[in-house]
Design a protein around this ligand. Sequence first.
Ligand SMILES: [Zn+2]
Length: 226
Amino acid sequence: MDELQLNGPLSRRRFQTSLLTGILGLGTLGALGSLPTEAEAACSVTANRMMQAVIGPGGKLLRQYCDPLYRGYSKPVDDPVYGHVYVRHTGRDFSKAPGSPVRAVAAGRVTGIMNPHSPPRWQAAVVYDGGSTWWIYGHLNLAVRVGQVINRGQIVGTIADPGGLWSPHVHVGAYKIPMPTRTESVQRTLSWGRAYGRTGAEAQASALRYTVDPLVAFARTLGEAC
Ligand SMILES: [Zn+2]
């Protein structure tokens, strides 16, 4: 598959959306994102192993999967593209200094690079495991290319300079669909790292329909249910 081109008009609007919502949400990121989810509580040992596997020692869990308070969106916001919406975060964010290496948690083939012509902080690698999961690793200076087969533990890239937009981190997502080559209807409810809905429950349902908690997907690669 060729490098995926996501820089058309739609993508530019998304870029602006991300920029705007990023700025709007900056004040609420830290504390709200650290509330433990059910999976987190049940799988704390595995969760720590996952973070170690991705960014090594010294990192910090910044945001969890399906955080209902993602960027403070426990209340609906007026999104310039999606309208009056609620949002759920569809990955896990691990924070560490820019330049820190990020490693793949599962082997696979790089099937796409999201936003290849944007600054690294907007880029992500999509890695298909050959089974049911498309992993994405975002906000990186990427060290892989489309078509490349990578091993578990291989460096996917290093954490990019966020340009003051957010705390430096990697966004790790696990999709049930071939991200980012998705249908238009999915594009409307699922964007880069987040799911949109008219209600909080709808946003949550969209996230659960198209993605899984990366922690659960990681446990699966270990043959565990955590
Ligand atoms: Zn994220």
